[in-house]
Every structure is written in C-alpha cells, then in structure tokens.
Design a protein around this ligand. Structure first.
Ligand code: MN3
Length: 222
C-alpha cells in the first residue's frame, strides 16, 4: 500500500514537472459569438491562423531555454530585451491575443460601479470622453500595433505599442499593467471593415467585457 502511494506520488510529481507552462488556450467563445461587430470568418482566421502561428513560433523560439520554457509570460516580458526578436514578436503575439480575446464577450458587458469607473470619470471627465480618447489613440496607430488601457502608479493611461509589443515589456516606453487591449493590425478587421478602422474600433467597444476589465483592475490593486 505504502509503495503504491509513493509510486503514485512520484508519478504525480513527474506529471507536474512535465506540465507545459505555455499552453494555447481555446477561444473563450464561439467564432460567431461577437457577431455582428466582429465577424466569424475574421475570428476564425485570427485565432486559428494568426494566434496559433504566434504560439507555435514562440514555442519553437524558446526550445531548450529553461527560463523561457518555465517562466510566466509577464515574467519573461520584464526581461524581454535579453532574448532574440523571435521571442519578443511571437511571445507578444501569443500573450496579447489571449488577453484581447478574454476582454470581449458576446454583446459586451457594462462597466460596474466601483473604483475603476470612478477613476475613469475622475481622469477623463466621463466614460464617453474616455471612449473618445481611446478611439482617437487607436485610430492614430501607424502601421501594425495595439492600443491599451493600462494602470500605472494608481493612474490610468491610454498607450499604443508597435508590432506585438505590450506595456509589460521592459522595452516599452510607457509601462503598466494592461486592463484592456485592442488589436489594430489590419488582419484584425480588414475582411469586414477594409480601410474603415474607425468603424471597427467603434464596434469593438460594443463587445468589451467591462466586468472582466474591472476584475483586472481590482487584481492589479492587490
Ligand atoms: Mn492580431
């Protein structure tokens, strides 16, 4: 009996050692869940081709490096300048998209009353004004990149990053804890919106899961 338990213990330890740190998570909803704002075809290509591609290339780029294979993505981002470009570009692409998917939900969810809402109103005057500043920022991204709402030293900031960079990277000009992300690469909207990025941004804002963004804010305060 004792030996069985010991063997089972060794087996479980072996399992946990082998468990992969970096996994490609399923999309948290169906491809058509964000219709009509984000179309099913764009979602399918974006998730199963682009996102999966970043993940696969990231896994290939970190092979054999103990730190990169076991550290969390935020931990890796704090030292991103030490690693090859492939780790930065594909690691960013892998993490940013997962964060982006998780910030949206079918039909969107409004921002609950609470600290984040108060802070938005305090800094931007109103939620509507915040939306307007965020949209202008996303419109102004030249080329491929992302727009973020981040929290930094207790204050909110709207920032843009290029390529697949994010505000957790030690190379970022404006660093902070991301709360909301918007992918403004053309692959995120071109099929449905073509050159009308403004329409894509306005419609993205209809599917934001503000309950999730509020949760992220609250865990950033801990
Ligand atoms: Mn993308």
């Amino acid at each position: 009996m004792k030996i069985t338990i010991i063997l089972l213990g060794i087996f479980l330890i072996g399992l946990s050692v082998n468990a992969q740190t970096h996994v490609f998570k399923p999309l948290p909803y169906a491809y058509d869940a964000l219709e009509p704002y984000i179309d099913a075809q764009t979602m399918e290509i974006h998730y199963s081709k682009h996102h999966q591609g970043y993940y696969n290339k990231f896994m290939a780029a970190i092979k054999g490096n103990d730190f990169l294979e076991t550290a969390s993505m935020p931990e890796i981002f704090t030292r991103i300048d030490e690693f090859p470009e492939a780790v930065r570009n594909n690691g960013g692409g892998y993490w940013n998209h997962e964060f982006f998917w998780e910030g949206m939900t079918s039909g969107g969810k409004p921002l609950p009353d609470g600290e984040l809402k108060n802070l938005i109103v305090k800094q931007y005057g109103s939620f509507e004004e915040f939306v307007s500043v965020f949209s202008k920022s996303a419109t102004s991204v030249f080329g491929s990149g992302w727009t973020w709402l981040i929290v930094n030293n207790g204050g909110l900031q709207i920032v843009n990053t290029v390529n697949q960079d994010n505000p957790l990277m030690n190379t970022a000009v404006q660093k902070g804890i991301p709360l909301l992300a918007l992918d403004v690469w053309e692959h995120a909207y071109y099929l449905k919106y073509q050159n009308k990025r403004g329409d894509y941004i306005a419609n993205f804002l209809k599917v934001v899961d503000w309950q999730k963004i509020d949760e992220r804010y609250r865990s950033a305060q801990k």
